[in-house]
Design a protein around this ligand. Structure first.
Ligand code: HEC
Length: 321
């Protein structure tokens, strides 16, 4: 047996890229730990305070704590993922800044690296997989690296299979910056509809997508919890419909968008949601926003309304307390 594997190694050494390939493939896997260090728990607390408190300016100090905890224990998938989330938040809401530096794109690369680590340490966590796919797509787009983009796309399809209620949304949201009449954009919007279908367990009526009759399905447990509000995402429900309305407007379907936006108001905590003014303005401006959203989500001009993914509340629309 030993002789045989030595023989195979020698053969591979000679035929493939050489011994380097074998050495890399044979390197030991990192082992995950579920034990959390004191530093990791402290970093968690700062992480949640920063995210739920919408303290975008506090991202550097939260990252310092989370990265420090990660370096002290690089086998902890939760800490690795938190580092990824802080980086992607900083990039996602960069519209908050007066001037967006070119180096902001480094956050996509770092986020991708940390989610990659988190997925390897905890392959069964499909939310990590969705964010790994999203950040890989972002990185592919930054470098105009079509191979990487395709890799991200297929990772995303795997993530959708692993947890459709969560990752159909993630997939569509990530791709909502695509040009309005592209196939990818149509797919992205289709995924939002499918999110609703899997959340309610039937095909939702697209001509009349009123959600009132489904409100009794709300849960904070199991896979369907991600369809509703929770401690993690206190206004997920409202944010979901805000984004989906924006995506419909961008596709030109502004009347359907008005119905979808209105579903956000069914949330029992709608009155506490910081972005209800935004939503109500969106309902009023739905028709005029068609041209605005089609044209401008990549433009630097800050005077107009921007589709949610390109807005100052791309994450906070769901996660701010
Ligand atoms: C449409 C609403 C929505 C948007 C937008 C959104 N999220 Fe989430 N997020 C969720 C939901 C739902 C979950 C899963 C909650 C659960 O697992 O119960 C989640 C999970 C998370 C978690 C996991 C926390 C944990 O450890 O369990 C983090 C962190 C997070 N999101 C950060 C972000 C960041 C950063 C952005 C912006 C790039 C973002 N989210 C955009 C709804 C949203």
């Amino acid at each position: 047996m030993k002789l045989r594997s030595m023989l195979i190694s020698t053969l591979l050494c000679a035929t493939l890229a050489g011994c380097g390939y074998i050495a890399v493939t044979a390197a030991p896997q990192k082992k995950a730990t579920t034990a959390r260090t004191e530093a990791a728990l402290k970093a968690d607390a700062l992480f949640w305070d920063t995210l739920h408190g919408a303290k975008y300016d506090q991202i550097p100090s939260a990252l310092e704590a989370v990265t420090g905890a990660y370096l002290a224990n690089p086998s902890d998938p939760v800490t690795a993922a938190h580092a990824g989330w802080l980086h992607i938040w900083r990039l996602a809401e960069s519209a908050r800044r007066d001037a967006v530096p070119a180096t902001i794109t480094d956050d996509a690369i770092l986020a991708r690296r940390y989610f990659d680590e988190a997925v390897r340490l905890h392959p069964g966590e499909a939310r990590y997989l969705g964010f790994l796919a999203g950040t890989t797509l972002a990185e592919g787009n930054i470098h105009k690296d079509e191979k990487l983009t395709r890799k991200g796309y297929y990772q995303m399809l795997d993530a959708v299979d692993a947890w459709p209620e969560f990752n159909l949304f993630t997939a569509g949201y990530t791709m909502s910056r695509q040009p309005a009449d592209s196939e990818r954009y149509k797919q992205a919007l289709e995924w939002q509809w499918e999110t609703l279908d899997v959340c309610v367990g039937e095909k939702i009526n697209r001509a009349d997508p009123g959600y009132a009759k489904y409100m009794s399905l709300a849960t904070t447990e199991g896979r369907k919890r991600v369809c509703w509000n929770s401690w993690i995402a206190p206004h997920n429900f409202e944010g979901f419909f805000l984004n989906m309305g924006d995506m419909l407007v961008k596709a030109g379907a502004w009347q359907a968008a008005q119905k979808i936006y209105a579903n956000a108001k069914l949330s029992p905590t709608y009155a506490q949601w910081k972005f209800r003014e935004v939503l109500e303005q969106r309902i009023r401006d739905a028709q005029t926003n068609v041209a605005v959203f089609k044209a401008a989500d990549l433009a630097e001009d800050k005077t107009h309304q921007r589709i949610m993914v390109a807005s100052t509340f791309a994450c906070m629309g769901c996660h701010q307390n």
